[in-house]
Ligand binder design. Structure first.
Ligand code: ZN
Length: 147
């Protein structure tokens, strides 16, 4: 993976986040062929990786995070910066359920991100081969960020 590209606006991919990508990829390889998720969160002077167990009843095809993990992360004083999940035997493009899960339609019928400013990394996992793409959910659509 090359140098992260910093794009303008609120969405900023930084090297603290991408420094966790090898550990995230290792975790996703371990959980393969099931889908897996991690949260990268930061607080003053510290960025940390949290593995999020998949509580879906159908973990090969779907991902469901335990909402209590978000509360624990906040209780520790961390702010969620990135949600990363794997697409076992898939590509790095957001799936239909990703898009449905990451946006909601507000009272003015406008599509808005559920986690504003949070980045989404999708890692395609084919056995030991892993590739990644990072997206920012902005104004109702995804902006792809090269890694
Ligand atoms: Zn997905």
């Amino acid at each position: 993976m090359g140098r992260p590209k910093i794009i303008s606006g609120e969405i900023r991919l930084n090297e603290q986040m991408t420094s966790f990508f090898p550990a995230v990829a290792d975790y996703f390889r371990d959980v393969y062929p099931a889908e897996a998720c991690c949260i990268i969160a930061g607080r003053e002077g510290e960025t940390r990786l949290f593995k999020a167990p998949n509580i879906s009843k159908n973990p090969t095809y779907f991902f469901e995070m335990d909402p209590r993990l978000f509360i624990e992360i906040e209780d520790l004083g961390f702010q969620v910066q990135m949600l990363a999940h794997s697409h076992p035997d898939g590509d790095c493009a957001p799936s239909r359920s990703d898009i449905e899960g990451w946006f909601f339609t507000d009272l003015n019928q406008k599509s808005r991100p559920i986690f504003p400013g949070v980045l989404f990394a999708i890692m395609s996992v084919h056995g030991v081969d892993v590739s990644a793409a990072v997206y920012g959910a902005d104004a109702g659509h995804f902006v792809e960020i090269n890694v």
